[in-house]
Design a protein around this ligand. Structure first.
Ligand SMILES: Cc1ncc(COP(=O)(O)O)c(C=O)c1O
Length: 393
């Protein structure tokens, strides 16, 4: 089938909940994708930060296929060595104590919310100490509860009633945060960099205040690192940039190298809140996904890979900053947003696609989340396309 036929067949049978671009990706290698008609694309989006090692990394593909040939699923009745190894490795690397396995970012955040509320109830026996403070402009997922947690009014539509128990505070507004804390609050949940909200990095002083207030009021700190985690900011966790250790950390997107996984990592007393029967997920800890995830973790635990990642990220940011019409660049590592002058990011995205570059947007910004394995040559090639689009439009 050619691209046109694929798109027609897809649209005729799939619910139209997305505004898709007219591109059918059928194969790829590293940071280069290929469509059904044989055209190639430099990828500055990596499937929204998910193909962390790019398309079809050979070690990753071998590990996934070997695991699929051995055993693909065992259920939560039983144990499996690949899942055990992945859990041990990830908790060690992140300096956390225990993990819960799910399949997506929203599911990881649902788990975090449940742990924070149950810990509060277990400790205080108070059914009203359940409120979770989240930030205005945040994004935490598409389930009814994670939509509630998301601090953007336009997401609180159509699907009433939403889960109660969330309060929204403006990012970097310490006074508003202080005022929001009362006897009903049990946790503060935040992204270190608001991804969907426009690649906005939290201020260090605000992060420090979150942790100080949480300590003072015995509140859980939940960092949603679904987008910022797994090397995206050129460190394993974005928390490392801020020198803090949240009680609960959620990861998803890049963790499986493109296979569905979402995890909730916990520290200290939060590690033992969930007991048999209190939470579950059929596919959680799937061995095939964990086999792919182990290859991602192996790369991220190689100091040479991390050093190169930091250098590449600095080069990427400098190149983006130097483009015409770029007013400023926000973000950390390879999670970057460019504010543009006199041109809509959505138009740039469409023009770039026509010229062979995949890029993303976040609010008004042009957003780049390239694979962590992107080469300098691919960065240059993608920037040349952006240069052409920005100069000529
Ligand atoms: C910070 C953050 N949290 C949660 C989610 C939801 O993840 P998923 O789509 O895997 O449920 C996203 C997705 O963009 C995200 O960026």
């Amino acid at each position: 089938m050619n691209s046109k036929e694929i798109i027609e067949q897809y649209n005729s049978s799939v619910i139209g909940s997305y505004g898709r671009l007219p591109l059918a990706l059928e194969s790829g290698s590293g940071a280069q994708g290929c469509n059904a008609d044989g055209n190639t694309y430099i990828d500055f989006g990596s499937g929204i930060g998910t193909n962390s090692l790019g398309y079809a990394d050979s070690q990753w593909a071998d590990a996934v296929s070997e695991q699929a040939h051995r055993v693909q699923h065992v259920s939560n009745y039983y144990y499996n060595s690949t899942a055990a190894e992945f859990a041990a490795k990830l908790t060690k690397m992140t300096n956390t104590d225990k993990i819960f396995f799910g399949n997506s970012g929203a599911e990881a955040n649902e788990c975090a919310i449940k742990i924070a509320r149950k810990r509060s109830f277990d400790k205080y026996g108070d059914k009203n100490r359940t409120t979770i403070i989240t930030l205005v402009n945040s994004f935490h997922g598409r389930t009814i509860t994670t939509l509630s947690a998301t601090g953007q009014e336009h997401f609180h539509n159509y699907f009433f009633p939403f889960t109660p128990g969330f309060k929204y505070v403006e990012a970097n507004n310490v006074q508003a945060l202080c005022e929001a804390i009362d006897g009903t609050v049990c946790a503060i949940m935040f992204e270190f960099i608001q991804g969907e909200g426009g690649v906005n990095v939290l201020e260090q002083s605000f992060v420090d205040e979150i942790f100080a207030l949480a300590k003072q009021h015995d509140l859980a700190t939940i960092s949603d690192e679904v987008q910022t985690g797994v090397g995206r900011t050129a460190k394993l966790l974005a928390a490392e940039h801020f020198g803090v250790k949240p009680d609960i950390v959620t990861l998803a997107k890049g963790l499986g190298g493109g296979l569905p996984i979402g995890v909730c990592l916990t520290r200290g007393e939060y590690a033992n809140v969930l007991t048999p029967g209190t939470h579950g997920s059929t596919f959680g800890g799937n061995p095939v996904v964990c086999a792919g995830g182990l290859v991602v973790l192996k790369k991220l635990s190689d100091p040479a890979f991390m050093d190169e990642l930091q250098e590449k990220a600095a080069y990427f940011k400098k190149s983006l900053d130097a483009l015409p019409r770029v007013k400023n660049v926000s973000g950390l590592g390879l999670m970057l947003g460019a504010e543009l002058d006199g041109i809509a990011a959505s138009d740039v995205l469409k023009k770039a696609l026509e010229k062979g570059l995949l890029v993303l947007t976040a609010k008004t910004k042009l957003r780049c989340l390239p694979p962590l394995t992107i080469t300098y040559e691919q960065i240059d090639a993608g920037m040349a396309i952006l240069h052409e689009v920005l100069e000529n439009e």
